[in-house]
Write a protein that binds this ligand. Sequence first.
Ligand code: SF4
Length: 404
Amino acid sequence: MPEKVSIVHCPDDDPISLTGAVAHALALLGSPLSRIRPRDRVLIKPNITAQDISWRQGVVTNPYLIRALIELIREQNPGEILVAEAIPFGLDVKKAFSFLGYDAIARETGVRLVDLYDEAFVHLPVRDGKVHRSMEISRPVLEADYLIVVPVLKTHVATEISVCMKCLMGILSVEQKRKFHFSGLCQSIMELNSEVQPDLLVADGTVAGEGNGPMDNEPVGLGKVMAGTNSRAVDLVAARLMGYEPEKIDLFCMCTEQWGPLPETEIQILGESIEKAVKPFKRPVTGVAPREGATQMNGNACKTCAGVIELALRRAEAMGLLDQLTPLRISYGPEASRPPMDGNNLIVGKCLSHFKETGYFVPGCPPQVFLITDGLAEMAGHERKFGSGEGYMFSDTEFLSDSG
Ligand code: SF4
């Protein structure tokens, strides 16, 4: 049986036509919501990666799409519907629910909004994991009778695109998210998706995000919703729709190597064709721009790592930090030579952890933008925005031994 993925034109905030579009996308799949039984607990996991950025920016899931989905789920008379998220470190999903209008939708429809950090996490064993033996996953997600993931279609500096497979990271504890960034992000995402398979994926392309995601996207009025029951298949089709060649995206290459091929010819696309729906998205940055007062020592870094550093430097520039750190030396990439011990040395990435005593070291593979920016703030004598960062400073050896 081929995997099915539907693509349907969808307005962004007209409730009636939006509900009609989602219903059509699901009907093309054979009405997967009909598998919901009375008294089931249905959990909807949106993509909320910011607490004060409008959904019209293509960064977070359109709340009107969630509302449309709730209306359709209620037709199945489930016992309970939850909308739940574990937002990225340092942010507050309750503020996001309020800012984005999820609060109002919950009041009108009677669904329960859940900050997954208020709930328990359980250790789920990872079978055949290369970098994880277990993962801390939200108990309500594992206990849900029917799980629906609703990501935004967007570009992402560390993974190229972020759709269904990446969105699933929002069911992890903070600590587990940290570990993902230490152990190879794509491999970790694969291992998570091999253990947790949602019942339904509804990808939000009403307003998608291009450019420097996951937080600095520019909006794309794509006007599409996609649906499917296989995350990898939906992501492959989404990549095409965003103008990418999936065979050049690391995550899909790793899926092919480790899970076997999923030929696109075996994915049945229903509704609009890719040819009709495609819109090439602006890509995230992949290199560090030259800057006066900042010397780069790029030791053949992965392009995602360089892109992450560039975004962090842009944020630091906007905060006036780089002027305070001149001259700054930035080392990154596995072949970078040993930095001298003097001056403002920023050393970025797990592959240079052996040089961490020579300057200010930011771990991760790839590292996270906010950690680099916070590191630059600390180097310049300012307070960090996202806490001490101590939780990130364990060594690779410590991580591997305590991963369960
Ligand atoms: S830390 Fe090193 S290996 Fe990891 S993404 Fe960056 S350059 Fe590549």
